[in-house]
Design a protein around this ligand. Structure first.
Ligand SMILES: Nc1ncnc2c1ncn2[C@@H]1O[C@H](COP(=O)(O)OP(=O)(O)OP(=O)(O)O)[C@@H](O)[C@H]1O
Length: 316
């Protein structure tokens, strides 16, 4: 793996602007509006944002597929404008779409990719990579015979043929089942454990919360948060109590200290409250005061989803 000064971030982005110019088919769009942040070395870094926020534009800029309008990007200390070769050598990108020639085998897919990156035959790690993504027994099977999960794992191995220190995954688990998602999380964690800095975009906030050391959120092309995951989750000021009542609830009981109160079942209500303004005991008293007997109580801590909704609900 190529060395870089210990202090340099894995990725450094400053004042990144991307304005798509209007064409006959599409209107112009300011997709990235002065984004600056660092991805520290050795982390799993999550990039989140609602649809259309600018995540793919940012990743495609790192991949050299989108030409930025202005700003500066360095990958592993290499400027993407002035040191293209080293910048490209320092990053592996796992695209969202699965595209393989169905007649190549996994071993051939990796060898071809290594050829594209100019990795000499003696330095190729084809079998090592296939073992790492648990595909060694499929080395010589046609790619078309692989399951969807196997294809995704092969894409990860393909992005790693030139041993880049930074791996970027665009929605690695979009549309995959729970079991496969867990397998992919494990694989990403193993690679990170072996020293690879990982950047991923995801729509699954649970995934980001479990996997990422740090999370940046983009909304309408602007960076609106960039914090260690724990700190971001702790920003949630709301707590939630779930109450089962003695009878059917028509309209959920309301009170000025409740942030939200909704019926979540025939006899169940969910009340969100601001933990700086009130507490669970007071909430129960308010509900009892409105004539209900409480049969069961549970509480739920706000999670990343709650924070995400709060931060991104600001209109453009
Ligand atoms: N080639 C293009 N020409 C014009 N506008 C574009 C082009 N590509 C993307 N956009 C617009 O730029 C904005 C950011 O798009 P981008 O694909 O980066 O968002 P995203 O956060 O990746 O969304 P998603 O999660 O849906 O993939 C969107 O409004 C999109 O419509």
């Amino acid at each position: 793996m190529e060395q870089t000064p210990a202090t340099a971030p894995a990725i450094r982005i400053r004042d990144l602007v991307k304005r798509y110019t209007a064409t006959g088919k599409s209107a112009g769009k300011l997709a990235l509006d002065g984004v600056s942040f660092d991805v520290p070395q050795g982390q799993i870094f999550g990039l989140l944002g609602p649809n259309g926020a600018g995540k793919s534009t940012l990743i495609n800029t790192l991949a050299g597929l989108v030409t930025k309008t202005s700003g500066q990007v360095e990958i592993w200390g290499h400027d993407i404008d002035h040191d293209v070769r080293n910048a490209k050598a320092s990053i592996g990108i796992v695209p969202q779409e699965i595209v393989f020639d169905p007649f190549f085998t996994p071993a051939e897919v990796l060898n071809n990719q290594a050829g594209l990156y100019g990795v000499p035959k003696s330095m190729r790690r084809t079998m090592e990579l296939l073992r790492a993504v648990h595909l060694a027994d499929k080395a010589n099977a046609y790619a078309r015979s692989l399951s969807g999960g196997m294809k995704r794992r092969l894409l990860i191995a393909k992005a790693m043929v030139h041993s880049p220190p930074v791996l970027v995954l665009d929605e690695p688990t979009a549309g995959v089942d729970v079991e496969l998602r867990r397998q992919l999380w494990e694989l990403v964690s193993e690679m990170n454990h072996d020293g690879v800095t990982v950047v991923l975009t995801t729509h699954y906030l649970e995934e980001a919360e479990q996997l990422c050391d740090r999370i940046a959120i983009i909304n309408h092309g602007k960076l609106i948060a960039n914090k260690p995951t724990r700190e971001l989750v702790d920003m949630a000021r709301e707590k939630i109590v779930v109450l089962t009542l003695d009878r059917d609830v028509g309209v959920a009981p309301q009170h000025e200290t409740f942030a939200r109160s909704v019926a979540s079942g025939e006899r169940q209500i969910e009340i969100a409250y601001d933990k700086d303004r009130t507490n669970a005991g007071e909430v129960l008293l308010q509900v009892q005061g409105q004539g209900y007997a409480i049969v069961d109580v549970s509480t739920r801590e706000a999670d990343l989803e709650d924070v995400f909704v709060t931060l991104t609900s600001v209109p453009a």
